[in-house]
Design a protein around this ligand. Structure first.
Ligand SMILES: Cc1ncc(COP(=O)(O)O)c(C=O)c1O
Length: 379
């Protein structure tokens, strides 16, 4: 059957441009997870290494190995079980499966901004009507509750949030979480929470609470890419009521079918309690050391850069003083300084760049000095 697209495809600008620069610059500070962990650092168990070497490279269970689904379920404070978990190719795979299961062309959905614009972009490309509500820059990225109310109406089928938020690192307060839940529940909409930064808290001792279990129409997405420093595994998941999970699995059959066997095995290893604890400690150390350095650099810069301290995620969303567009700013940074940061424009907010600080201190310091030189250039 031949069908012609109704309008032009909207590319995912953030990912397109990152893939252009991230492997050719000397300092890539555009990532949002902590510095990736090597297999050698991760796997400190000869028996498990042997198991990996012996594993036939078969398809795994397509919904994820049962033991892995069990371990992922444990991340939800006893409120999920393996039947709620579908393993996907990254959080990206989970988001794609969720959106295509819940929405069809002509439907309405509400999206938090600023945001990682994957879900918004898929919705745009699929003819879904999108409303937005903000975390407000001028109000330390607090939720704009009036906008939230205006964005949701009885036709809204899904409300999408990202918590902890990319790019701001903001974590919703308990009362903001309740406001979002109430707004969705009032119209019987699904609430989809992208929680891939959960576990990368900078200061809080506790892991950010999940939306899972707080309302019967909630779906959450998680990933090993960010807080766990394992983006190359391409291992994510969604947690959903079983009937919706089946719908998502049926969508995944048409795209990736399943995550890889090696990713399943390594994820299962990474999520066993002792290893999980070790990874979490590593993440905390990187975030705390990196942020101390970022703050020190910020003090030296005076008013040239300002930002609201991020609560979670290895990212800071930084406003720079010159009024140059953010895409021009990062082009100069890449071409003249061999450093890449994500421009605010890719999150819908100008005069900002998103930088990663969950990085080794020397590397981070050298990259930040390059960012300063770009401000000098445009000042
Ligand atoms: C909010 C959010 N969700 C999902 C993803 C996709 O991540 P991955 O597919 O590596 O898990 C990202 C990546 O930056 C993200 O920021």
């Amino acid at each position: 059957m031949h069908t012609t697209p109704k309008r032009e495809f909207i590319p995912f600008a953030l990912e397109r441009e990152m893939s252009r620069w991230e492997k050719i610059v000397s300092f890539n500070i555009s990532e949002s997870g902590v510095w990736p962990i090597s297999l050698k650092e991760l796997i400190q168990d000869d028996a498990f290494l042997q198991q990996l070497l012996d594993a036939p490279l078969d398809y795994p269970h397509v919904q994820g190995r049962p033991a892995l689904r069990e371990r992922i379920a444990h991340l939800y404070d006893g409120k999920a079980n393996a039947d709620n978990v579908l393993v996907t190719v990254g959080g990206a795979g989970a988001n794609h499966a969720i959106l295509s299961s819940l929405l069809k062309p002509g439907d309405q959905a509400a999206f938090m901004t600023p945001n990682y614009l994957q879900l918004w972009g898929i919705a745009q490309n699929n003819g879904i009507h999108c409303q937005t509500f903000s975390l407000r820059d001028a109000d330390d990225w607090r939720l704009d509750r009036d906008e939230l109310k205006r964005a949701i109406n009885p036709q809204t089928k899904v409300v999408f949030v990202c918590n902890p938020n990319n790019p701001t690192g903001k974590v919703l307060s308990p009362s903001e979480m309740s406001a979002v839940l109430e707004a969705a529940a009032d119209v019987g909409a699904w609430l989809v929470a992208d929680e891939v930064y959960r576990g990368a808290e900078r200061e809080a001792a506790e892991i950010t609470p999940s939306f899972w279990g707080k309302y019967e129409r909630v779906i959450v997405c998680g990933s090993l890419s960010k807080a766990y420093g394992l983006p190359g595994l391409r291992l994510g998941w969604l947690v959903a009521p079983p009937a919706i999970l089946e719908e998502c699995a049926a969508r995944q059959d048409y795209t990736t079918i399943t995550a890889g066997l090696l990713a399943n095995l390594i994820a299962e290893y990474a999520l066993q309690p002792a290893v999980l604890q070790r990874i979490r400690q590593r993440t905390r150390n990187l975030l705390r050391e990196g942020y101390a350095l970022l703050e020190e650099w910020g003090m030296e810069q005076g008013q040239r850069f300002t930002w609201v301290p991020p609560q979670a995620g290895a990212i800071a969303f930084i406003r720079y003083r010159p009024t140059v567009p953010s895409e021009e700013f990062v082009r100069r940074l890449a071409e003249a300084e061999s450093t890449y940061a994500a421009p605010g424009a890719h999150f819908g907010v100008e005069q900002h760049i998103r930088i990663s600080y969950g990085l080794p201190p020397d590397f981070l310091r050298m990259a930040l000095d390059r960012v300063s030189r770009v401000v000098d250039f445009f000042s």
